[in-house]
Design a protein around this ligand. Structure first.
Ligand code: 5AD
Ligand code: SF4
Length: 471
């Protein structure tokens, strides 16, 4: 038998957010370092993995359908190993083995290294790994794109948003050491990475749990509270800040663009906004999850800001960065949301005119405070009708906002061929807008593109050189 035939193969299906996609990249990197090869489809794999999410109900039910398929495969080929990782796995923990006895290994986020332990052990019995241990050991990563990389800067979340399962699935907030992150970014840049996305559950809370004696960079001094100024550095030093991390990453040679997700509106402060305004590598895009427009609903969601504070923050951002794209997350049909309160969400959507929004129908997540508000759950048709009105309004503004780019020439980082028309290229502007355009260039290159048309989602255009040649 040839080596190819004996090599074990894996297949990973990912649900949910970018954090999960990044975790999947690390699973793949780790498996390949153990000698596994990728399989195109799960049916051809010896190891079938699911990296799960518990944010949305739809992800859960899709996942259950996939698991049903895995069960059939296991019946046909009993040697197949089935693994379930991620947030949903964490939220139901050992119940997984009772409900799905064909699952061999289950692990929470941040326990990917334990998957390696399981695969290299002789154990044949089902195993679950769910403790929180801060950061997983360094793992090799298999990146989907050579020029883009995610860097996880913190794990966990200390907030208690009443609808959110994350604090119980990803544990307490813990920041990765500053120097360690910079080393990782330098290594990625040396490996050809041009765009970095910093990841964390509450990304801009970064650094509060770290201490340093280094002075704050001069450009950030005007925004520092007394505690962060060098003069007040005590024995324990000052905390690190997210703004100084952005500055330091931007200073790494080769890094052209920096994005991050997801921030909490309360932590988007002036220092971060100043960095967006002054540092060209930091993209002209802020994702600022609103969740609801009514202050009463926000309070019940435990979001720690009200409608006015959110609007003030948007005004501050727009004053310093007039061209920046602002996107958001909105939940409709939170328990007890009245028609008037929902209309306040529409009012904020109109007042801000978001560049885009992810919209969610509230669904109870087990173990969360909002899941207990059963008496106030809204009927499904009410939630769906509100969602339709919201989406219509969101799209209207997104369309209006993208129109502002028509006629301008924007730098576009090429990602590959266009998905709709392979004769064209596809890339992204600093505002995170997808552009399909005619032109020439390789993935990872940044080229100027003249924008000729816009829909609510995408822009189209021509590479400037070509349009110049045509005249
Ligand atoms: N129901 C609906 N949407 C939710 N989100 C988080 N939890 C829930 C829930 N229980 C949404 C929030 C968050 C996004 C990632 O998912 O809008 O910002
Ligand atoms: Fe969940 Fe709120 Fe933390 Fe986001 S900030 S992960 S919504 S608890």
């Amino acid at each position: 038998m040839s080596a190819v035939e004996t090599q074990k193969r894996y297949h990973v299906t990912t649900f949910g957010c970018q954090m999960n996609e990044h975790d999947s990249e690390r699973m793949k990197g780790m498996l390949e370092s153990l000698g596994y090869a990728p399989a195109e489809v799960a049916d051809d794999a010896d190891l079938i993995l699911f990296n799960t999410c518990s944010i949305r109900e739809s992800a859960d039910s899709r996942f259950i359908a996939h698991l049903g398929h895995a069960k059939r495969m296991k019946r046909e080929r009993p040697g197949v190993v089935v693994g379930v990782g991620g947030c949903w796995a964490q939220s139901v923990k050992d119940e997984i083995f009772e409900r799905f006895p064909f699952v061999d290994v289950a692990f929470g986020p941040g326990q990917i290294n334990r998957l390696a332990e399981f695969l290299t052990s002789d154990s044949l019995s089902a195993q679950g790994y769910f403790e929180f241990e801060g950061f997983p050991a360094h793992l090799p990563t298999k990146r989907d794109r050579a020029f883009q990389a995610w860097v996880q800067i913190a794990v966990g979340c200390n907030l208690k948003c009443s609808y959110c399962i994350v604090p119980s699935t990803r544990g307490r907030e813990s920041s990765r050491p500053f120097e360690q992150l910079l080393d990782e970014v330098r290594a990625l840049a040396a490996d050809g990475v041009r765009e970095i996305t910093l990841l964390g559950q509450n990304v801009n809370a970064y650094g509060r749990d770290l201490r340093t004696d280094e002075p704050l960079p001069d450009v950030l001094l005007p925004y520092a509270t007394a505690a962060k100024r060098p003069t007040s550095v005590g024995q324990a030093g000052r905390p690190r800040t997210f703004a100084e991390l952005l500055l330091a990453v931007a200073a790494v040679p080769g890094i052209e663009r920096i994005r991050y997700t997801s921030p909490h509106p309360k932590d988007i402060r002036e220092d971060v906004v100043a960095v967006h305004a002054e540092v060209p590598e930091v993209c002209q895009h802020i994702h600022l999850p609103l969740q609801a427009g009514s202050s009463r609903v926000l309070k019940r969601m435990r979001r720690t800001y009200d409608k006015q504070r959110y609007l003030d923050r948007v005004a501050m951002i727009r004053e310093r960065c007039p061209d920046i794209a602002i996107t958001t997350d909105i939940i409709v049909g939170f328990p007890g949301e009245t028609e008037e309160e929902f209309e306040e969400t529409l009012e904020v959507v109109d007042a801000v005119a978001f560049d885009g929004a992810f919209t969610f129908v509230f669904s109870p997540r087990r173990g969360t405070e909002a899941a207990e508000m059963v008496d106030e759950f809204l009927p499904h048709p009410v939630k769906v009708a509100r969602m339709e009105r919201l989406v219509e309004r969101v799209q209207h503004h997104a369309r209006e906002r993208t129109r502002r780019f028509v006629g301008r020439t924007l730098d576009v980082l090429i990602e590959g061929p266009s998905r709709t028309d392979p004769s064209k290229l596809r890339g992204r502007t600093t505002h995170n807008k997808v552009v399909n355009f005619t032109g020439i260039g390789q993935p990872g290159e940044t080229v100027p593109v003249e924008i000729t048309d816009a829909t609510s989602q995408t822009l189209s255009g021509e590479m400037s050189l070509l349009s110049a040649l045509r005249v």
